[in-house]
Design a protein around this ligand. Structure first.
Ligand code: NAG
Ligand code: NAG
Ligand code: NAG
Ligand code: NAG
Ligand code: NAG
Ligand code: NAG
Length: 469
């Protein structure tokens, strides 16, 4: 049984590399894990079915529809009822892995182990059994953003008892499902939980934190001057503050030095008595040091940064961006999609997995999400979504073969269209379309699903005859 710690979704890279759009003609290794990914709240529906407890997304979508594009996951793709059909879709594509998450509140409605829900346990047992019967390896996320509201009402992640609650939950999962699950993912995108769940309030539990724990976004103007040494250093610093924030503690037992030093220095100048960054006790360092068996990363897009040489000291409103001392932006000339913050940057994926590999001593790395979004109406998506997966996979394969990154798997986001958090159903990334106005939630293959089937079954990104081993 192995566990990974999932890092965050954005690659921060500095500049463009060579043949980024030349698609590799090499085949992926025979044991490379191709799969698709999903998350419980985004697909299951059945929000209060058969004893499931309320979680923070049920509450957020019901209480604050305006924060969630006036949509919710009450039914979503109805995978709570249609899971067998989803397994058939996976089987049809020939994938060898499927990443999904267990809804904590479905198996433990109050969050505590004394409240287990047999119907919820049976749901996941059946899903896991069906996957294994079809030679599809389950890759299970324990926390994909949806803690039970009972725990949130006790403070959620702001209460240090969360460590115990999570430990009990994790033990419960190992005992209940462990025999069938080789690989576990602990926390999906913890940066988003910290920064948007408890910082800006964009995501459940929609907490707009009182300063100074708040890591708000900086709305300063972008200075598009040419790259220089300071900017290169700033890009490195931003990666350390973004990935090292989580990656360093689990790989080395503590926060990165640069993070500790900058936040401590700035906290003093702001008038705080101690650093705003918490410190680990010696015991915590020992416990956390070296706890990941492999590293997972979700990759969607990339950004450029430039340095803010002397970031303003704002005693009442310190921000993470000021702590880092960078402006983050995406150049206008990068290939656009329907949203302003999502540019297609395939070479960024190669750079990012290289960075992680070099930082952490060449560990096993898995890409646990990668996908392209549009408005969900496009079935013939080979020129957009299909091409996106092709180019990203080609760059990731270069990282594997040319750079020696130990990349062992790739989970395309997503199997089906789904509930996309604060965007509701307005953006979609599925290889299968779901008709969300039809009560039966029918799935329709997009062209990209056929391309992915080709890739998975031939391990080749081009037409079969063009590929070599
Ligand atoms: C379950 O455990 C929690 C936490 O220990 C406790 O507060 C609660 O009273 C328990 N509930 C029952 C029904 O035993
Ligand atoms: C983490 O473990 C490594 C290897 O045992 C050790 O070198 C390092 O000092 C530890 N880190 C901390 C912060 O104690
Ligand atoms: C922090 O402050 C100390 C003392 O002023 C200084 O030597 C050091 O360079 C500063 N570090 C950073 C990362 O700014
Ligand atoms: C890559 O990781 C896998 C799984 O941990 C391991 O079996 C393999 O030896 C590693 N390969 C290299 C080249 O380090
Ligand atoms: C969705 O996107 C497609 C392709 O870009 C476009 O043709 C269509 O008009 C869009 N539909 C809506 C409802 O925005
Ligand atoms: C979705 O389902 C509704 C209700 O059955 C139907 O009217 C509509 O045409 C469907 N949309 C598409 C794109 O198939």
């Amino acid at each position: 049984m192995k566990g990974c710690f999932l890092l965050v979704s954005f690659a921060l890279v500095h500049h463009i590399a060579g043949d980024d759009y030349v698609v590799s003609n090499r085949r992926f290794p025979k044991d490379f894990k191709f799969g698709t990914a999903s998350a419980a709240y985004q697909i299951e529906g059945g929000w209060n079915a058969d004893g499931k407890g309320e979680n923070i997304w049920d509450r957020s979508t019901h209480l604050y529809p305006e924060k969630n594009s006036y949509a919710n996951g009450d039914v979503a793709c109805d995978s709570y009822n249609k899971w067998q059909e989803d397994v058939e879709l996976l089987k049809g594509m020939g994938v060898s892995a499927y990443r999904f998450s267990i809804a904590w509140s479905r198996v433990l409605p109050t969050g505590f182990v004394n409240s287990s829900n047999p119907a919820g346990i049976a749901y996941y047992k059946n899903l896991i059994a069906a996957l294994k019967a079809n030679n599809i390896e389950p890759l299970v996320t324990m926390h994909h953003w949806d803690i039970p509201t009972v725990l949130e009402d006790l403070g959620g992640f702001l209460n240090s008892d969360m460590q115990e609650w999570f430990l009990d939950y994790a033990r419960f999962l190992f005992e209940t499902f462990g025999e069938d699950i080789k690989d576990w993912v602990t926390f999906n995108e913890p940066k988003q939980t910290c920064g948007q769940g408890y910082g800006t309030g964009e995501l459940a539990p929609n907490m707009l934190m009182e300063k100074p724990t708040d890591y708000m976004k900086l709305n300063s103007k972008i200075n598009k001057k040419k790259s220089n040494y300071e900017d290169i250093e700033a890009a490195e610093r931003n990666l350390i503050f973004t990935f090292g924030w989580f990656g360093h503690p689990i790989n080395f037992g503590d926060y990165p030095e640069i993070m500790k030093e900058r936040i401590a220095n700035r906290s003093l100048l702001e008038g705080f008595e101690t650093s705003r960054l918490p410190s680990f006790t010696e015991e915590e360092k020992r416990i956390i040091n070296g706890t990941a068996d492999f590293i997972c990363v979700n990759i969607y897009t990339s950004s450029m940064v430039n340095a803010i040489p002397e970031p303003e000291i704002r005693p009442l409103s310190p921000t993470r961006d000021l702590d880092i001392g960078t402006n983050v932006f995406q150049p206008d000339y990068w290939e656009p999609t329907i949203t302003s913050w999502f540019k297609v940057v395939p070479w960024g994926a190669r750079k990012l997995v290289n960075w992680i590999s070099n930082q952490y001593g060449h560990p096993e790395i898995m890409v646990t999400e990668n996908g392209y979004h549009d408005n969900g109406t496009v079935i013939h998506d080979m020129d957009t979504r299909g091409r996106y997966h092709k180019l990203y996979l080609s760059n990731l394969q270069d990282a594997l073969y040319k750079d020696g990154v130990n990349l062992t798997g790739y989970m395309a986001w997503a199997l089906t269209d789904d509930f996309e958090w604060q965007f509701g159903y307005n953006i979609q990334l599925g290889l299968y379309q779901v008709n969300f106005t039809d009560p039966d939630r029918p799935r329709t293959p997009k062209d990209s699903s056929k391309y992915y089937r080709h890739v998975v079954t031939t391990r080749c990104l081009l037409v079969d005859e063009e590929c070599i081993d």
